[in-house]
Design a protein around this ligand. Structure first.
Ligand code: NAD
Length: 487
């Protein structure tokens, strides 16, 4: 099997390491491709190419840059089914969700192409006569994009599209669990005619490729999505670079006693077990009012028992991404039992036809908010149910974790709904809807331990990839001193 290559300066090239790594199908454990195990030298070559391409790309008018994004969007539409099926093979997503992932990429390229005719700055009045004041938006420079595996097309697209429209050039390192999706995405960018050197792909490990991207002095911005632990390390070594971090979550659904329980159960099943619990916005805690807890649990169990586990082409729940993810879910299931939580269902790894990284959908109840399974991100199909006596206590429990990505409340009471919007410490809050389901024209991101304030997508998605320059234009023909001559 030949190894897929890196894409540097418009050419597909091998790593100088001469080494390769494999990507596996998590449902069958079979090898689906080999990839360059790149090193720091490869990153340096990619940075040099991006640096060389920068001035021309920056000076290409933004509406002209937008035309490339529009073309990429068209090619994504053309290749949607092929890419979705590839995601099922490489990441393990069920096919409907894989199509959704590609659709998110289509949507963000479409949205950001529109930015080509906006990229707004501000104009305002000067405090002095005959002086004009405004701010304009410039690219950051060469930027590094480092991405996880759970949305292998959408997350890179969420970074590539705004980075490109703002005029940056790019060194992109995908997760080593989903490099084939990245290679196929880059082939589309190549086919769209994006000039050489503007987008460069380097596959390989976080320690070699990722660390060099973070430390390379010619990279001025790093956009990272991944775990809190890696994000914190990146922040420590990035120095004064512009760094955007999108990290983990411990997302919650509150179910009040007046909730439409059918709706709440549907939202919990989708939030907890969609993508096998491997979404940063996955529902991992339910805080349910004691008056409806028993009924809610029995309705939930009935639904979860009907879910079909198996390869993504034919199932409701696909595999976890790899062996260590299975071990992590198994470990947390044991921790849950040892902490005294009651196991309602699941808790065990499963093989299908003797293969695959499957794990049963797992529900613990009678959990206490300070248990590890209620505080730590597991990133698997494990749900913790916590009882509450009222709204105030529910909010306190919801907010009692270090993360702050997504939250939801099911209630028919408008006052509780608005109080939840105001009081839940998360970047996203849903009312009568699950914790997952972002749309690209709204900002996405978290508070507290989920990030450092960056937002992706929507109108704020360009902030991470642009720098503001403030311009003062004095047409008075004399020296005017701000704060001094304006009395
Ligand atoms: P991870 O942190 O292990 O890896 C993410 C990326 O960082 C990979 O490409 C990896 O190779 C790279 N990396 C690892 N060490 C590095 C280093 N020292 N320097 C530079 N790069 C390095 O995360 P993962 O397991 O791929 O993804 C799962 C995590 O991502 C979960 O915590 C999940 O919540 C989070 N996530 C967050 C969002 C969000 O938008 N907030 C979205 C999706 C996933």
């Amino acid at each position: 099997m030949k190894a897929h290559k890196n894409y540097i300066d418009g050419k597909w090239v091998s790593s100088s390491s001469g080494q390769a790594f494999e990507s596996l199908n998590p449902a069958t454990e079979s090898v689906i491709g080999k990839f360059q195990k790149s090193n720091k030298e490869d990153v340096k070559k990619a940075v040099a190419a991006a640096d060389k391409a920068f001035h021309n790309w920056r000076d290409t008018p933004a509406p002209a840059r937008a035309k490339y994004l529009w073309k990429i969007k068209d090619l994504l539409i053309e290749n949607k089914e092929k890419l979705a099926r590839l995601e099922v093979q490489e990441m393990g997503k069920v096919i409907t969700e894989a199509r959704g992932d590609v659709q998110e990429a289509i949507d963000i390229f479409e949205y950001m192409a529109g930015e080509g005719r906006r990229l707004f700055g501000h104009t305002t009045k000067s405090e002095l006569r005959d002086k004009f004041a405004m701010s304009v938006r410039n690219p950051v420079g060469v930027v590094g994009l480092i991405t996880p595996w759970n949305f292998p097309i959408a997350i890179p697209a969420w970074k590539l599209a705004p980075a490109l429209i703002c005029g940056n050039t790019i060194v992109f390192k995908p997760s080593s669990d989903t490099p084939l999706c990245a290679v196929e995405l880059i082939k589309i960018i190549e086919k769209a005619g994006v000039p050489r050197g503007v987008v460069n792909l380097v596959t390989g490990s976080g320690n070699d490729v990722g660390a060099e991207i973070v430390e390379n002095p010619k990279i001025y911005g790093v956009s990272f999505t991944g775990s809190k632990e890696t994000g914190e390390n990146i922040l420590k070594s990035a120095g004064v670079k512009k760094v955007g971090l999108e990290l983990g979550g411990k997302n919650v659904i509150i179910v009040m006693d007046d909730a439409n329980l059918e709706l709440a159960v549907s939202g919990v099943v989708w939030g907890a077990f969609g993508t096998t619990g491997q979404r940063c916005t996955a529902t991992s805690r339910v805080v349910v009012h004691k008056k409806v807890k028993k009924k809610f649990e029995s309705m939930l169990l009935n639904r979860v028992k009907k879910l079909k586990l198996g390869p993504g082409e034919t199932s409701d729940i696909g595999p976890l991404i790899n062996k260590s993810a299975v071990e992590k879910s198994a470990r947390y299931s044991e921790i849950g039992k040892a902490e005294g939580a009651k196991l309602l269902c699941g808790g065990k790894p499963v093989k299908i036809n003797g293969r695959g990284y499957f794990f049963q959908p797992t529900i613990f109840t009678d959990c206490k908010p300070d248990m590890k399974i209620c505080r730590e991100e597991i990133f698997g199909p494990i749900l913790a149910i916590i009882e509450t006596k009222n709204f105030d206590e529910a909010v306190k429990i919801a907010n009692g974790v270090e993360y702050g990505l997504s939250s939801s409340i099911y209630t028919e009471n408008m006052n509780f709904a608005f109080r939840a919007i105001n009081e839940l410490e998360t970047g996203l809050t849903y009312i009568n809807s699950s914790t997952i389901g972002s749309e690209v024209h709204l900002p996405f991101g978290g508070v507290k331990g989920t990030g450092n304030g960056a937002r992706e997508a929507g109108i704020l998605g360009i902030e991470e990839f642009s720098e503001i320059k403030t311009v003062y234009f004095d047409y008075s023909g004399k020296l005017q001193k701000a704060q001094i001559d304006n009395e």
